[in-house]
Design a protein around this ligand. Structure first.
Ligand SMILES: N[C@@H](CCC(=O)N[C@@H](CS)C(=O)NCC(=O)O)C(=O)O
Length: 209
């Protein structure tokens, strides 16, 4: 297996962190998104969507989407379980994941891609020629703030995002909060539950993977 990766991107970090939690080590190929390496024919022949992460399997096929890649690793190496262990916990983790993706990661991507001059004509991941829309910046910030409010409330009476145990939902939330830093979107100081959780999860060795 081989992972096509980009060290600075949030979705690739989700997969690296997931693998580190499971102790999975495979070769990695760095693709420079900022320089548009993901839009060149060599990468597009592997993933026509032009996005990362991308996993190359031993049979020569490719798998994209960070959660699908994590699912693959969870199936081939179930322990430690990061995607739940029974019907309820699996569904709860998936629900949390979708909240974080739709309410934080995608809106944050909108903030980045519609405000940074470098992405002015690359306003959607994996494309060229899609022009930025200013209004999406404000909308993205609003969504992210709503997400933060709910996250803090959620962490009031449980140690981890999806409940009592560490899961992929913590990985995704951590990657979202760190991704927000480039836009100087900080967690408010009165969000004490989130700040406690953030310090705890950031201290895991996988967080620097
Ligand atoms: N839903 C996808 C999102 C993939 C995605 O947007 N990846 C970004 C990096 S975080 C990318 O490849 N961007 C390419 C670009 O900016 O052109 C996943 O979870 O894998």
């Amino acid at each position: 297996m081989k992972l096509y990766d980009c060290t600075s991107a949030p979705n690739t970090r989700r997969v690296r962190m997931f693998m580190a939690e499971k102790g999975i080590v495979i070769p990695r190929v760095e693709i420079d998104i900022a320089q548009g390496e993901n839009l060149q024919s060599n990468f597009l022949s592997k993933n026509p969507r032009g996005v990362l992460p991308l996993l190359e399997l031993d049979d020569g096929s490719y798998l994209d989407e960070s959660v699908a890649i994590c699912r693959y690793f969870e199936e081939i190496q179930p322990e430690p379980a990061l995607m739940g262990h029974d019907a309820k916990s699996k569904a709860k983790i998936e629900s949390c994941q979708r909240h974080i993706e739709f309410d934080a990661l995608l809106p944050l991507a909108d903030v980045l891609r519609n405000s940074v001059p470098h992405f002015k004509e690359r306003a959607l991941a994996g494309t060229s020629g899609v022009i930025a829309i200013d209004a999406l910046v404000e909308r993205g910030i609003t969504s992210y703030h709503r997400f933060l409010e709910r996250l803090n409330k959620n962490l009031e009476d449980q140690p981890y995002v999806a409940g009592k145990t560490f899961s992929i939902a913590d990985i995704t939330a951590l990657c979202a909060l760190d991704f927000a830093k480039w836009a100087k979107l900080k967690t408010p100081e009165h969000h004490t539950h989130t700040l406690r959780w953030y310090a705890h999860v950031s201290a895991r060795s996988s967080a620097s993977a």
